[in-house]
Design a binder for this molecule. Structure first.
Ligand code: AMP
Length: 191
């Protein structure tokens, strides 16, 4: 089973690249951000809770995010593998994911980390904000906060997966197709 953590700061292209990869490798795409946004749209209790964090550019609490992600994995019993997009984002989430997958007899195959520098991230997010309808893409302070949260809480997960020999860095700048090719090359080397 191929289970990829597609990693990187906000605006690195995780969602775009996930969409390019799922068909080639027959994977289920689980984006915690997308799941929160669909709950926000539907006005569920989870959506209301998530919005209070997302609109500020803060992380939704671990226990909420972890149980939501586990329910999504359990809801896809026939999956040939998963792309985890935007999860894990904290060490507690990474540890919970490892334990949860282990209980199912599976594991993360690799973390593919898209590398993009900060100025490029900010301009990509502001550009996306013109059409995405996402409040968190339209405000420069919220964007800066999201990047700051990534630096302080999430980037450390590169060390977490390096310690497991599962970290792979990938240049995240260039055309969408060229980045997909780089990712595919790394995935093909894993399978
Ligand atoms: P994304 O679509 O991945 O950029 O996520 C949008 C927002 O959803 C983030 O800024 C967080 O507020 C929230 N979020 C998404 N994934 C997580 C996660 N794994 N842990 C906590 N909050 C998350």
């Amino acid at each position: 089973m191929l289970n990829i953590v597609l990693f990187g700061p906000p605006g690195a292209g995780k969602g775009t690249q996930s969409a390019c990869l799922i068909d080639s490798y027959n994977l289920v795409h689980l984006s915690t951000g997308d799941i929160f946004r669909s709950n926000m749209k539907e006005g569920t209790e989870l959506g209301t809770l998530a919005r209070s964090y997302i609109d500020k550019g803060a992380l939704v609490p671990d226990e909420v995010t972890i149980s939501m992600l586990e329910a999504e994995v359990n809801g896809n019993p026939d999956a040939k593998g998963f792309i985890f997009d935007g999860f894990p984002r904290t060490t507690a989430q990474a540890e919970a994911l490892d334990l949860f997958l282990k209980s199912k007899g599976i594991e993360i195959t690799a973390m593919l980390a898209l590398e993009v520098e900060e100025q490029e991230l900010i301009s990509r997010l502001l550009e996306r904000g013109k059409s995405s309808g996402r409040a968190d893409d339209q405000n420069r302070d919220v964007i800066k906060n999201r990047i700051q949260v990534y630096e302080t809480e999430t980037a450390i997960l590169k060390d977490y997966y390096t310690a497991q020999n599962k970290f792979v860095g990938v240049e995240g700048v260039g055309s969408i197709e060229s980045i997909t090719q780089r990712l595919c090359k790394e995935i093909d080397a894993l399978v």
